[in-house]
Design a binder for this molecule. Structure first.
Ligand SMILES: *Cc1c(COP(=O)(O)O)cnc(C)c1O
Length: 363
C-alpha cells in the first residue's frame, strides 16, 4: 500500500532527540529556542513562539490579538475543524465565507458582505499549501480595521509575491503535526512582527505568568508549552525543508503534466507569483469523469494506493458551527463532493509516482 502520508524520520531527527534526552533539559529549553529562531528566519519575522499544537497556536493567536467573547471571526468552511473550533475556544463566533473554485481558498469577493460591527478578524487558510489571496484580503482588512490570522498549518515554506508565509498576515500559525510538511509529532508555532502579540502569546502558553516574576499571573493561560524533544525533531527537519519542499513540488509538477488531459479530472490550479508547497496534491473528480469520486477512491485503494478526502463535509454542517452559515455556499458544497488527494509526500519513490499516474490513466 502506498500511504497518503508518511512522516520522515531519519538519523538526524533521532540523533538530535537523543542529544536533548541526554542534556536533561526537556521542556521550554534551548532546543525550543533554537526552533523559534529557525522559524523567525524562515518567515522573515521578528518573533516566533513555539506551542504544543497548531490548534494551541490558533487559540493563542486569537488571545494575542485580543478577541473577546461575542466577537465574530470570518473564515473558510473548507478546512480542518481546528480553524473554526479555535474561534469557539476563544468564546467568539466563526462566520463562514464561500471558497474560490480554482484555489479552494476563501473567496475575497465574498468577505465584505460577511462583515458586521462585531467582526474583529479574518482567519485565512493556505489550503493544501497554496497561500490565500493576500493582496485583496489585507486590503479589505485594512479598510475595515480587522486583524488577519493566517492558519499556515499546511503552508510552511510557501511564498506569496516575494513574501514568506508567516510575515504576511498580522499573526501566523503553523502546525508541526506528524503529517505536515515540517513535523515534530505534535507541535505548533506562531510568527508575528508585532511585539505586543508576541508578548501576549508567550503569557498565554504558560498560564498567563509574568515573564519576569515567577508565580505572578496576569490573566488566564494554558499549558501550551512545547517540549525540547519535539522541538529537536522539527529542528532536524528544518535543515532539509527546502529539499523536502522541492521534492513535493517536483512530484506535483509531474502529476499536473500527466493528469491534466484526462476528461473530467481537474488538476490543481497554481496562482501566479506564489510558491505552492503541496502539503496535499488534490484532484477534482467532476461529473464529466467516468466514475464518481468515491468510486475512484475505492478503485485506487484496491490497487494499493491510499487517498484521502480533505474535506468531505463543510464545517457549517456540524451542529456546533451551524450558526456560522449566513449565506449559501454553493462552491464549498460542490468541492466537498469532488476533491480527492493523492500521495505527494517526499518519501514516495519514483516507481510509486509512476504507478499512481499509470493506475489513474488506465481507469
Ligand atoms: C493540521 C491543521 C490544524 C491543526 O493543527 P494541529 O497541530 O493538529 O493542532 C489547523 N488548521 C489546519 C488547516 C490544519 O491542517
Amino acid at each position: 500500500m502506498i500511504p497518503i502520508s508518511k512522516p520522515l524520520i531519519e538519523e538526524e531527527e533521532i540523533d538530535l532527540v537523543n542529544k536533548v534526552l541526554k542534556s536533561g533539559h526537556i521542556v521550554q529549553g534551548p532546543m525550543v529556542e533554537e526552533l523559534e529562531k529557525d522559524f523567525e528566519k524562515l518567515s522573515n519575522t521578528k518573533y516566533a513562539i513555539a506551542l504544543n499544537s497548531g490548534t494551541a497556536a490558533l487559540h493563542t493567536a486569537l488571545y494575542a490579538i485580543g478577541i473577546k467573547p461575542g466577537d465574530e471571526v470570518i473564515t473558510t468552511p473548507f478546512t480542518f475543524i481546528a480553524t473554526a473550533n479555535s474561534v469557539l475556544m476563544a468564546h467568539a463566533n466563526p462566520v463562514f465565507v464561500d471558497i474560490d473554485e480554482a484555489t479552494f481558498n476563501i473567496n475575497p469577493d465574498r468577505i465584505e458582505e460577511a462583515i458586521t460591527p462585531k467582526t474583529k478578524a479574518i482567519i485565512t487558510v493556505d489550503l493544501y499549501g497554496q497561500p490565500a489571496s493576500y493582496d485583496r484580503i489585507m486590503e479589505i482588512a485594512k479598510k475595515h480595521h480587522l486583524i488577519v490570522i493566517d492558519d499556515a498549518a499546511q503552508s510552511v515554506g510557501a511564498t506569496y509575491h516575494n513574501k514568506k508565509i508567516g510575515e504576511i498576515a498580522d499573526i501566523s500559525c503553523f502546525s508541526l503535526y506528524a503529517t505536515k510538511n515540517l513535523m515534530s509529532g505534535e507541535g505548533g508555532m506562531i510568527t508575528t512582527n508585532k511585539h505586543k502579540f508576541a508578548d501576549r502569546a508567550r503569557l498565554f502558553r504558560h498560564h498567563g505568568q509574568n515573564q519576569e516574576k515567577r508565580y505572578y499571573y496576569f490573566d488566564i493561560g494554558y499549558n501550551y508549552r512545547m517540549t525540547d524533544l519535539h522541538a529537536a525533531i522539527a529542528a532536524a527537519q528544518m535543515q532539509k525543508l527546502s529539499d523536502l519542499t522541492r521534492k513535493r513540488i517536483e512530484i506535483a509538477t509531474r502529476y499536473n503534466k500527466e493528469l491534466q488531459n484526462i476528461q473530467g479530472i481537474v488538476t490543481p490550479y497554481i496562482m501566479p507569483r506564489i510558491k505552492h508547497v503541496f502539503h496535499q496534491y488534490t484532484l477534482r473528480i467532476t461529473s464529466k469523469y467516468k466514475m464518481n469520486r468515491d468510486e475512484l477512491q475505492q478503485h485506487l485503494l484496491e490497487k494499493g494506493i491510499q487517498t484521502n478526502i480533505y474535506y468531505p463535509i463543510p464545517l457549517y454542517k456540524f451542529e456546533h458551527l451551524k450558526q456560522g452559515k449566513r449565506s449559501e455556499m454553493p462552491i464549498t458544497e460542490q468541492i466537498c463532493q469532488e476533491v480527492l488527494s493523492i500521495p505527494v509526500h517526499p518519501n514516495l519513490k519514483d516507481e510509486d509516482i509512476e504507478y499512481i499516474i499509470n493506475t489513474i490513466k488506465q481507469v
